[in-house]
Design a protein around this ligand. Sequence first.
Ligand SMILES: C[S@@+](CC[C@H](N)C(=O)[O-])C[C@H]1O[C@@H](n2cnc3c(N)ncnc32)[C@H](O)[C@@H]1O
Ligand SMILES: [Zn+2]
Length: 233
Amino acid sequence: MRGCGRKIGPFECCTVVLGDCEKELQKIPPGSIDLVITDPPYGMNLKPSRKYHRRIHGDDYFPVEMLKRLIKVPRLAAYFFCRWDNLWEHSQLPKPKSVLVWEKGRGGSGDTAHEHSRDYEMVLFYPGCRHKFIGRPGDVLPSFREGNDLHPSTKSTRMVRQMLEWYDFETVLDPYAGKGTTGQATKALPGKHFLGFEIVEEHQKTANWLLEREVPTPRRKRGEHTPPLPFYT
Ligand SMILES: C[S@@+](CC[C@H](N)C(=O)[O-])C[C@H]1O[C@@H](n2cnc3c(N)ncnc32)[C@H](O)[C@@H]1O
Ligand SMILES: [Zn+2]
C-alpha cells in the first residue's frame, strides 16, 4: 500500500508527492509538521558525476524565498543543507541558531586547480516555537556515505536518521525530497510520519519505490554500473 493511510491536508502521508513545493506548501494544514529536514538545490549548476544522471532541477539558484517560508512551518525545527557560499551570497537569510557541519569525506568537485577539495557541507538550523532536543546534540555530523547511483545529490539515510533521533516528533517534511532519503530515514523509526515533494517524476517514482519496498539504497560495486532509471518498471 502506498503511504500509511493517514492524510496531511490533501496529501497521502508517508509518500513523496510529485509537485513543485513552492505551490504545494500552502496546502499543508498549519501545525501539522514538526520538523523540516531538506536538501534544496544549492544553485551550483552541478555537473553530474554519472553519465546517466541529469542535472539537478532548479540548481541555477538557491531558493532563499522558499527557505524563509519553510522556517515558519515546523513546530520543532527546520534544517537546510547548503554550502558555505550560499551564506555568503544570501545574507538576507535570517541568522541560524546553529550551523552544522557534515564532514562528508573526500568530496571533490568545484575548481580543482584553485580551490580546496569540497569535503564538507553545512546544515542551517532554525528552532521552531516548540523546540526541544532530546539530549544536546553536537554540531558536527559524521561522515556517513551512501552511493549516489539513484540521484546525483544523495544525502546519507543514516545521517538523517541520526538527526531525527534528536527529537520527539510525529511528522517530518522534506520539500526537496530527491530519492526520498528523509522518508527512508523516518520509516526506520516506528510510529513516525513523513511527507515529501519532488518536482522530477523520475526521482519521485524512485523515492516511492524505495519507500514501498523498504529496501536500502542499492550501492554500486567497484567497476559496476547500476542500470539507469527507471529501474522500478
Ligand atoms: C539536492 S536534491 C535532494 C537530494 C536528496 N537529499 C536525496 O538524498 O536524494 C534537490 C531535489 O529537489 C528537487 N527540486 C528542485 N526544485 C524543486 C521544487 N520546486 N519542488 C520540489 N522539488 C524540487 C530536485 O529535483 C532534486 O531532486
Ligand atoms: Zn504517515
